[in-house]
Design a binder for this molecule. Structure first.
Ligand code: P6P
Length: 333
């Protein structure tokens, strides 16, 4: 069977669905190409002196790893000159990044977390790049943060690259979820996981249990029931996984089911959660819904949330639909 490359897949999707125009196709191909360069830097690790702290902090007040900065630079350099974007937003930059005046602007807004889970880098555990694409209204200045503040339902594409035992790019264009494996010998992304789906039922949950004493009552009730196993109200035993790298946890859920939760935390009463809405929760929720799963903040569908700030945070419950429905119902009772 002939191998289908990402480029061929995108061209065939464009033929089927004229909502995918040349600029959107280019946007995805450029991000995919940049992820190959990030993959190369990650796999060199200590041999290239790219591990450890960068000695700088990001807008979130977090210490940046050298690879956070490298990944961000690689994505900016790759996306500035193609004429497909109006502006770029990143977890690592406080304000939207303008397209340099010597290059044309395009009709899309690119948002990314260049290296999610980077605290795992120095201990050699999977990390990832998460990206989201929105339309920029004609004639609007893309560097105005307000133009990015669109609900997740407005995303035209979203994806992530997981730098794990295999390097995989998982993508949705609003018409299913498709996984591509990097053939590093020839530098091609090859379609290996067409039409990925999340099983509605699961026996596996992902949460950072060390925060249990800070959770709200509905979350405590839900997790207690899972821990009670077959003797409890759920009537079955559950297993737990927590990689502390959202991309790795979500990829596992896409592959074999599960629920991923990062609830709000009483230690930060003014913050609705830890994860970022625009470039973590929204792209991952789009992917999970397109794969038949569900994603809420405990109260409403994440994709329906109206953002109020570029770096705003959100509580996240996503994955196998039945489980997300239960924990969301508990927030409403
Ligand atoms: P904790 C990584 O820093 C991240 O943003 C997500 O990738 C991950 O799911 C979460 O935070 C891990 O958080 O509190 O368990 O370290």
């Amino acid at each position: 069977m002939s191998r289908i490359s990402l480029s061929r897949f995108l061209i065939e999707q464009q033929r089927k669905n004229n909502a995918i125009d040349a600029e959107l196709r280019l946007s995805i191909e450029v991000v995919a190409r940049a992820c190959k360069a990030i993959n190369h830097a990650i796999r060199k690790g200590a041999l290239a002196g790219v591990l450890g702290e960068a000695g700088t902090g990001n807008i979130q007040g977090e210490a940046q790893k050298k690879l956070d900065v490298i990944a961000n630079e690689v994505l900016l350099d790759a996306n500035e000159w193609g004429g497909h974007l109006a502006a770029i937003a990143s977890e690592e930059m406080e304000h939207p990044h303008p397209i340099p005046t010597d290059y044309p602007k395009g009709g899309y807004l690119l948002l990314f977390d260049p290296l999610d889970g980077s605290s795992n880098i120095d201990v050699n555990i999977s990390v990832g790049t998460i990206f989201s694409l929105l339309r920029c209204p004609d004639g609007v200045d893309g560097t105005d943060e307000k133009v990015f503040l669109q609900p997740g339902t407005q995303q035209v594409a979203a994806g992530y690259t997981v730098y794990g035992p295999q390097t995989m790019l998982v993508l949705t264009l609003g018409n299913g979820v498709h996984g591509f494996t990097l053939d590093a010998e020839i530098g091609s992304w090859i379609l290996t996981h067409p039409n990925m789906t999340v099983p509605e039922e699961t026996k596996e949950f992902a949460i950072n249990m060390s925060n249990m004493r800070h959770w709200e009552a509905p979350v405590k009730r839900y997790i207690d029931e899972l821990l009670a196993g077959k003797e409890g109200p759920r009537g079955k035993d559950y297993n737990m996984r927590w990689v502390a790298s959202m991309v790795a946890d979500v990829h596992r859920i896409l592959t074999r089911g599960g629920i991923f939760t990062y609830p709000r935390d009483a230690r930060e009463p003014n913050k609705p959660g830890k994860l970022r809405l625009m470039y973590e929760a929204n792209p991952m929720s789009f992917i999970i819904e397109q794969a038949g799963g569900a994603a809420t903040n405990g109260h409403q569908r994440i994709l329906d949330l109206q953002p109020t700030a570029l770096h705003e945070r959100v509580a996240v419950f996503l994955g196998s639909k039945r489980e997300v429905e239960v924990v969301t119902r508990y927030h409403q009772s």
